[in-house]
Design a binder for this molecule. Sequence first.
Ligand code: PLP
Length: 409
Amino acid sequence: MKNCNPVERLADTRHEFGEHGGVNMSVEASTTFTVMHSNTMPDIFGGKKGPDHGGCYLYGRHFNPTVYNLGKQLAALECTEAAYCTASGMSAISATLMQLCDAEDHIVSSNTVYGGTYALLHDLLPPKTKIKTTLVDITDLVAVESAITANTRVLFTESMANPTLRIADIPRLSEIAKRHNITLVVDNTFSPLILSPKKLGADIVVHSMTKFISGASDYIAGAVCADAAFIQQLMDLHTGMLMVLGPTMDPQVAFNISLRIAHLPLRMTEHGHRTQIFAERLHDMGMAVTYPGLPEHPDHALMSQLHCPDYGYGGILTLDMGTAACANELLDLLQNEYHFGYVAVSLGYFDTLMSCSGSSTSSEMTDEDKTTASISPGLVRMSIGYTGSTEQRWRQLVEALNRLGFNPK
Ligand SMILES: *Cc1c(COP(=O)(O)O)cnc(C)c1O
């Protein structure tokens, strides 16, 4: 790939005019497409002729021009050859893993993955498909490598772990994956633009676009970014996980999300900027704050080496309040009295979203798995928004903390 600068590659995707020369692409609302020469139908059906090679669109669950276009933007963002969008992040993850693995195959995954992914690996896949997963501490490269067996097909990790904010050493994980001839899949939901897993050695990048990429908490959406051959496999009429299981993205959703890709760099910059300020000030107050942008974070040096400095260290921090009761008290004060943000799961919204991880997004995990993944009961995850002024938001946060007896040093 010649140019691997995501912002420049994104600009190069902006040459698609709308149907009447509009500056925005058109929304293609048709579910089926006219085949002008009926003798080409067999090749189109057989996947030999696609929208980009001599054929045309066929049916909306297969390829839709608007969804296909958003896919091109995602491929530009992640520096992959191709990408395709899905109805959710979970469908992007499940389709990818099931495409790569057959029955009895094995996955090695980080033990801190998103709750839904954990449920897929731990609860759903084994009884339904006999695909087994070994969960490991992804920062322990010896543990990762020793978990690999002759049946292992996939090494799966989040670029930035949820909610521990540990950073995956993608270059070294990629070396391990290559040595064992397995596919490295990285969920980059927490760090679009900040980390470029493909450039760092990942084979496939998946996203929940529900979060930062959409940025408005109004759509559930996902994407798989990979080489064209893998995207083609996902769309195969007989064995394609996206084609046959059918978690198709709506073209209206694709259109609306595509309008937000243009300001994703601005948004990621501001999320990172504000989160860095809050993390530093919370740290100075003596709070148990975790943020990769703090020198005290165990992966600060690694992240400094891997990230794109324009976007800082991300828009998420965690605050350990000790107990679930204290965490809940803080959340209620922040939302109901100080209007600092919302008590809600999810992240990447323009306003601040806060939740207690152990009882929300990681609640699918067993207590034992939560302990090994260091998810303590009082851990509050904050996705820092960029509405209001930084000082106004900081005042709101500090006043709530003061009420609970935490005072600036
Ligand atoms: C939210 C999330 C998912 C799941 O995405 P949906 O769009 O809700 O299906 C997967 N991985 C991570 C890291 C997430 O935060």
